[in-house]
Write a protein that binds this ligand. Structure first.
Ligand SMILES: Cc1cc2nc3c(=O)[nH]c(=O)nc-3n(C[C@H](O)[C@H](O)[C@H](O)COP(=O)(O)OP(=O)(O)OC[C@H]3O[C@@H](n4cnc5c(N)ncnc54)[C@H](O)[C@@H]3O)c2cc1C
Ligand SMILES: NC(=O)c1ccc[n+]([C@@H]2O[C@H](COP(=O)([O-])OP(=O)(O)OC[C@H]3O[C@@H](n4cnc5c(N)ncnc54)[C@H](O)[C@@H]3O)[C@@H](O)[C@H]2O)c1
Length: 474
């Protein structure tokens, strides 16, 4: 069958845009189908607005707490609608990079509409038939809304409308203390909202190292955020102009409710059954070449579940480009996937947790933990909370790292570089500029050598004798 396109990309967000742009630049014939606006969740409802809001909230917090540095600011107030204007301006500054004009300029045919598969070979949008050598589904995800009695009737916010608020809610209950709930919860609290976080899990940020998550929890409590853990939100009622939310036996009265309880894949509307593409509530099933159950249809990004991050969608996109355009021989590697939750302090992670490392390697692991309080720059900046924890094998191979502290999201990258290049932990103990926060990693790395030395009684005894002889000969 003759086809019109080398590749048809469905969904113009973090994953789809990388594929469409790169394929067009390689001179492939590309169509990109987008049902809404190019840019996806990350630009409009995710990373970009949340990180901008976090920044504004951090400024508010620093100003309010500047007296600890001897800096007195006479008045401090937050103009919420101006904060939201700031958020919108950041989106507007980044948006041209994802604009239809830019992609059309690269040679991509951009088609707005939400189409569906007719069969294994044809995708139809706005009555137009698209036949391609390969298709990619990169339609992302949407908020998963739990089945909570009265929630729908009472009304609730998600990441899709919270950045459109023009008034700061006086009080806000957040259901779910994963990355979205924690990042937005702390930000709203710092901007003046009374926040209650409700989490069904016994820890905030359940996917993280529990010790690191505890540092975040301590900070939240110090700032006055109310936390209800180990409790599933199960009922909402409207009482006057408030919403009463119940979680197990506890109740909170709030003005607004924000739901952050994970994601559902955007797969249902594509008529995937007709193309023999299998999916379930976690996402579209793919193999390690990112082919769906129909080998000429690929999928990547949030719609396949797994690691739901912008940089992972781009990482997967690279595998899809080479497999779909050339030959399907490249396997995706998830060996070194870092991520960061941008709370204050930040929490960054790559690789295995301590528990996972113990399960896999037994007691043959070392946990190298360096507190920020022993890093001079952290003292200078009053940012002494947190630590760098690097988990290694006896031979120095790095299995994982967990950083919680100021700029942890930046500091994780030297560990990522070391892991990606199979460098031993000793590579991290090389020269670092003094005084910088990144010394937290070199100090952590040195701990392996120190610990091995303290365990090596033979070497200690030899050295004592060696120095005794040297002294006696001087
Ligand atoms: C509040 C929040 C904060 C986040 N912060 C971060 C962060 O700091 N760092 C990070 O790495 N990740 C973050 N993420 C996750 C990140 O946004 C996603 O992992 C990423 O956007 C996934 O990319 P994607 O290409 O799979 O989907 P998206 O970027 O969402 O793109 C999917 C596109 O497909 C379109 N589409 C959907 N259905 C159809 C259809 N039927 N036909 C055509 N088009 C369709 C959508 O309109 C959208 O444009 C955050 C997410 C949220 C919600
Ligand atoms: N900085 C970042 O990289 C960043 C930021 C935000 C989001 N994200 C991505 O978006 C994804 C989704 O984030 P998320 O925070 O919505 O989901 P999540 O799945 O990570 O966390 C959801 C939380 O909700 C809790 N929960 C579920 N149902 C509940 C109920 N009925 N009552 C109380 N608690 C309940 C769970 O215990 C869990 O802690 C993340 O996994 C991540 O991949 C990334």
């Amino acid at each position: 069958m003759r086809v019109d396109y080398d590749i048809v990309v469905i969904g113009g967000g973090s994953g789809g845009l990388v594929i469409a742009g790169a394929a067009a630049q390689l001179n492939a014939k590309v169509a990109l189908v987008e049902k809404d606006r190019l840019g996806g969740d990350c630009l409009w409802y995710g990373c970009v607005p949340s990180k901008s809001l976090i920044h504004a909230a951090r400024v508010a917090y620093e100003v309010k707490n500047s007296e600890r540095f001897g800096v007195c600011v006479n008045t401090s107030s937050v103009n919420f609608s101006q904060v939201m204007d700031y958020v919108k301006n950041v989106i507007a500054a980044i948006e041209p990079h994802d604009s239809p004009q830019r992609f059309e300029g690269l040679g991509v045919e951009v088609i707005f509409g939400s189409g569906k598969f007719i069969n294994s070979d044809i995708f139809e949008v706005n009555g137009k038939i698209l036949k391609a050598r390969a298709f990619v589904i990169a339609t992302g995800s949407r908020p998963n809304i739990p089945n909570i009695s009265g929630l729908k009737e009472s009304g609730y916010l998600t990441n899709e409308d919270v950045f459109s608020l023009t008034h700061c809610p006086e009080s806000l209950a957040i259901i779910g203390a994963g990355p979205i709930g924690c990042e937005l919860g702390q930000s709203f609290h710092r901007l003046g909202t009374k926040v209650t976080l409700i989490n069904s899990h016994p820890h905030l940020l359940p996917k993280e190292d529990p010790e690191a998550a505890d540092v975040i929890e301590k900070q939240f409590l110090e700032e006055g955020i109310k936390i209800i853990k180990n409790a599933r939100a199960d009922k909402v009622e409207i009482i006057g102009n408030k919403k009463k939310l119940r979680a197990n036996e506890q109740e909170v009265m709030v003005d607004e409710i924000l739901v952050c309880t994970g994601r559902s894949p955007n797969a249902e509307s594509l008529n995937l059954e007709s193309a023999e593409v299998e999916y379930d509530k976690k996402g579209i099933k793919v193999n390690d070449k990112l082919q769906t159950t129909n080998s000429k249809i690929y999928a990547c990004g949030d719609v396949i579940g797994g690691y739901q991050f912008t940089h992972v969608a781009s990482h997967e996109a690279v595998t899809v480009i080479t497999n779909a355009l050339f030959f399907p021989i490249n396997k995706i590697s998830y060996n070194v996937i870092p991520w960061t939750t941008f709370t204050d302090p930040e929490l960054a992670r790559v690789g295995l947790t301590e528990t996972q490392a113990k399960e896999k390697y037994g007691d043959n692991i070392y946990v190298l933990k360096q507190q920020f309080s022993e890093v001079d720059r952290a003292q200078a900046e009053g940012a002494i909370e947190g630590f760098s924890k690097i988990i290694v094998k006896e031979n120095g191979e790095i299995l994982g790292a967990h950083l919680v502290g100021k700029s942890a999201g930046e500091l994780i990258h030297e560990i990522v570089l070391a892991m990606s290049n199979n460098l031993k932990v000793s590579a991290l103990s090389g020269i670092h500029v003094y005084p910088t926060l990144s010394e937290v990693n070199s100090k952590a790395a040195l701990l392996l050598r120190k610990r091995k030395f303290s365990q090596n009684k033979g070497l200690q005894s030899i050295l004592s004798k060696f120095f005794a002889i040297r002294r006696s000969l001087s």
